[in-house]
Write a protein that binds this ligand. Structure first.
Ligand code: ADP
Ligand code: MG
Length: 236
């Protein structure tokens, strides 16, 4: 166990039939930081998130959260330990209002939950749309809604799968500011993102996957100049 890591992934492998989606992948996250996870399409980023959150149980390796093994737990158990995540494909309920979308994920008393939901809607300036059906919100607004829904349970570790994809400039700035404020509150964030400008602006450390293997790790500026990384993105 790496000293003081909030999440440690060690030698994790996940196969689907003949495809090794994640291949002996190891990484460790220090609390209170923003980390990037990048790699070409199909390199295993979403599958690694699914291994951590219990949706695609890992075939080999160990995953520890705050020192305790979590590989082998069900998704709801992982969530209850304090890990929240968004999905690459939006999963809001279109026929519920923005506010209702937040209220359905918590077991807190209604008034407590509503206060928290209203606070989070203000956090990303969606408060004036709280009674709008989620299906009527723009794509970017729905992504912000999904992002704050993860925060309803106040997770310590937040996994974001391409939160900025398809989000317009204004909402993107809103999202980036919110992620930075979360980090300032002491949260740990691991973000899958293709836009290198976003990665450069947010992350201190970036992990690079290629064919499920971690091929590089370091500050974004160094990563961008790494030959293996350039080869993975442009070499074929
Ligand atoms: P990324 O998020 O980096 O684009 P994924 O984790 O979605 O990559 O996919 C990694 C590899 O695993 C790909 O080859 C993909 O086709 C395969 N894969 C992912 N999920 C499944 C699944 N449920 N069944 C079979 N193959 C899968
Ligand atoms: Mg993906």
């Amino acid at each position: 166990m790496q000293a003081n890591a909030i999440l440690e992934v060690r030698d994790v492998t996940k196969r689907f039939g003949g495809v090794t989606a994640v291949n002996r992948c190891s990484l460790a996250l220090t609390p209170g930081r923003i980390y990037g996870l990048i790699g070409p399409n199909g390199s295993g980023k979403t599958t690694l998130f699914n291994c951590i959150t219990g949706l695609d149980p890992r075939d080999a390796g160990e995953i520890r959260f705050k020192g305790a093994r979590i590989d082998g737990l069900k998704p709801h158990q992982v969530a209850r330990r304090g890990i929240g995540r968004t999905f690459q494909i939006i999963r809001v309920f279109p026929e519920l209002t923005a506010l209702e979308n937040l209220l359905v994920v918590t077991r807190e008393p209604f008034e407590t939950a509503r206060r928290r939901a209203e606070e989070l809607l203000r956090f990303v300036t969606l408060d004036r749309l709280q009674h709008e059906y989620a299906g009527n919100l723009s794509y970017g607004q729905q992504k912000l809604l999904e992002f704050i829904r993860v925060l309803m349970t106040d997770p310590e570790l937040i996994l974001l799968d391409e939160p900025a994809a398809g989000v317009n400039r204004t909402l993107l700035n809103e999202l980036l500011a919110a992620i930075t404020r979360l980090r300032d509150q002491g949260k740990t964030i691991l973000i899958v993102e293709h836009d290198m400008k976003v990665v450069m602006g947010l992350c201190e450390t970036v992990f690079v996957l290629d064919y499920g293997e971690k091929i590089a790790e370091g500050p974004p500026g160094v990563i961008q100049a790494d030959e293996r990384v350039i080869e993975a993105y442009f070499g074929r």
